[in-house]
Design a binder for this molecule. Sequence first.
Ligand SMILES: O=C1O[C@H](COP(=O)(O)O)[C@@H](O)[C@H](O)[C@H]1O
Length: 248
Amino acid sequence: MSGFSEAELRIFPDAEQMAAETAQLFRTISTSAGEPQHICLSGGSTPLKLFKLLSAPPIRDHIDWEQLHFWWGDERCVPPEDDQSNYGQAHRILFSTIPIPETNIHPMRGDRDAEQESVRYARELERELPLRNGLPSFRLILLGLGSDGHTASLFPGAFPPERREPAFPARHPESGQMRITLSPAVLNNGEELIYLVTGKGKAGVLKEISTYGDSRPDPYPGAAVYARHGRTRWFLDEELAAAAGVRG
Ligand SMILES: O=C1O[C@H](COP(=O)(O)O)[C@@H](O)[C@H](O)[C@H]1O
């Protein structure tokens, strides 16, 4: 069984419209529930359009920010001022501009020891999130896809599907950069998971994922991670979908 074939596919005319649809989802989640809702953000460059959109009227003023808590799927082990910092980018573009309590934002601390920070983050998740099957369960998880098939900081060749602790250290296979990542067990345990993927540079790997799924001996993490008890969707832009030969 493949995460991709289990998922729903949405193809948008462009990345802007994809970001707009995702932003509306934040609005719906924030206004339809009486209790805090936990959202896991992806890193890298793809979600920056979404952050920009959320930071400005009209959508910014239609979201009940106090209802939302933000977490990260992975972090690079750099200080928040570094351009590589997933939290730093989100803070600069979005969190510094919206009326959200600081206690609702839960960064992975990339400037700390990766082992210790993974354990601290795991405990914080277990304390704050509802549990399902004994593991924290997010209301919504956004993920990206690297052109090598990685998601969060789960890389091909270093994808430990059996690891159940909520977070652990990882190393980028090429640059050697240390990372902290959520585990497959937690990412698979959310209510709703959406991959946001744009640009024809990802066409090669998307084609492989859509064709072979996770049947390869060493599956692409982006095929093997999906909401086992919930809804998984892939949001793609038309340019990428056409280049990968994927149809909605
Ligand atoms: O290293 C990472 O890469 C993926 C994809 O990033 P993008 O720049 O192609 O959007 C990202 O989803 C992951 O969170 C990140 O840390």
